[in-house]
Design a protein around this ligand. Sequence first.
Ligand code: ARG
Length: 590
Amino acid sequence: MFKEELNPVETIILRTLKSLKIEWDAEIVWSSTPFSGEWGFGTAIGFQAAAKDAAAKDSGVKNIPQRAQEIAQALVKAIGAPAGFVSVEAVRGYINLSIDPQVYARRVVDTILADGENFARGDAKTEKVMVEYSAPNTHKAFHVGHLRNVILGGAMANIFEFAGYETVRANYWGDIGWHVIKWLWCYLRFHKDEEPQGDRTRWMQEIYSQATQLVEDQPEMEEEARKLYKRWDARDPELIALWERTRSWSIEGIMQIYEVLGEHFDVFFFESEVEEPGKKLVEELITRNIAVDDRPNGGTVAIKLDELLGLDKETFRVLVVLRSDGSSLYATKDLHLAIKKFDEWNIDRSIYVIDVRQSLYMKQIFKTLEIMGFKQSLNCFHLAYEIVNLPGDVTMSSREGTVVMFDDLLQEAVKRARDIVQQKNPGLSEDLKAKVALSVALGGLKYPLLAVDTNKVATFDWESALNFEGQASPYIQYAHVRANSILARAGDIPAPVSPAYTLEAAEITLLDRLSRLPETVQRAAQDYKPLHLANYVYDLAREFTNFYQRCPVLRADENMRNFRLRLTAAARQTLKNSLALLGIQAPDVM
Ligand code: ARG
């Protein structure tokens, strides 16, 4: 936000470090300092330079803090009195620059309004990142467990993209395997020539449940279903055609869910396309003595990771890469897919959004790749997340009471949101009510899954999901609506203006928060934590609501009115941008 002012300061710092004979080739990182009569920026450059210098020269400098302060002082002396700042200080190895609060306040607001939807977008980075998420299985239900994955992965991809990384959104469909064979068998046996009716995903799931039950209860049925594997392995054209047709029903059904959720993907991978190359790769691993082929003794093909690495303590254990009958497993396919992602998409980092139960498995995959000599294995990252806990009031309409279908959840959310909108704003047109209800419902489903850390179980209940008071999406969306309604009453947004009055505490807090979205976006990308944004946008909503309740806007004198209207518009924009990163819409009315 203050690049113009900070750039010349950086130039002086770099020049001065050079003249002090301190090697420095990294970025200078500024963080905004909280209001203490003034606003400003600080950097720990004195410390960082002292530490670097001591390490580089092996100089025996013992007292780093003292050296840090000396460097900071030398830098401050060189910086002098740069344009735009009211003071420059060296404090315990830090350099702090302060800005006149009037100037700062105006700059925050002007920047946000000038940048609009691009406010807080990071500078383009050279790194290209792939985020694989969702990865549903075809021929099965799409349920609440899948929801946390899509919401988290989608938010993570939004954040990377906005932070400035070139971002590829990847999906990986589980379109083959025993679950598909069972389904095809059940279809041929009991549903031949039927076409999906109504909700496709539900219809697919119903056949899948039936298949599972039959196979579990009756051994002769299982045997019958397993026989189908033979036809599958022989690539029986009729069976393949059926598989293709039924698979596309599943994909179409799940694509509709993505559309409702506002998710899109740049690339689809399929288990079916990586199976054969995966098996070839396993052969190669056997030849290279990385995998042990125990099939002649009726065993599997496996990679004994701990043994290969010479680890006494059980760490990576054993990764089975091919079954005794030569059929593939997840690992067979994942090893090849991992390489394919880098090769075909030219990415620098590969992120897997998969639940925490797969943590050991992912470690095994990445370690195996490393042993194979695939260097980029170090740039693979498993973004693990915990399950979703559904208390009594959400478990509904599923047979065993465990799987809650996405569609049921959505319909219930829409119904509830509709009732709330009806209560709050009965005068809206039916059309608008429906639109608003959908965005409140979706926000209500998404936010609770993002507002808990990934390593914690997310609990979902209607009461808190659709709350207008606490940390919940409707409360945040409502702050946006309030900002919008003030601005609608005011007419045009006034021209840029500096506040010519002493800012209220509520304004200072709000301005401070607004100015922090850019760094919050970067931090969320660095830490793989959409949670930072979920917290940020809630704090922002609270602080805006506080401002709105304490500071008159429309009734204030001209300068105050104009500045506060612009501040309101800046808050509206920032709420919208932050919600968008979480995949949540900001309605104008509610
Ligand atoms: N389709 C799998 C499942 O539903 C998840 C696949 C995760 N992605 C991966 N590259 N292994 O269990």
